[in-house]
Design a protein. Sequence first.
Length: 111
Amino acid sequence: MTQRNYLGELELMVLLAVVRLRDDAYGVPISKELLLIAKREVSAGSIYAALERLENKGLVLSSLGEPTPERGGRAKRYFRVTPKGVRALKMTRAALTRLWNEIPALNGWPA
């Protein structure tokens, strides 16, 4: 991952949600996961834009599921993390951990 390919906050959260959801990673469950775990409400458009950026970087792959009647015959687009995506997550976690370890306790700082 080069300097220009660092993960943005939303990309990082979406990528982590894809990892957590495994085979059920598509727009609606990703949105629910972000609300449940990160307490962040994110529009479907923002999620799909982040997924497209992640796919363009080679960090996720997508595939179409079977068309379903409840979706008007449309198929769901499922996402999975690539090995490059796993490496990006590990590198990001290591960088953030190093940064946090260098910060003294935030006691006394305004919230």
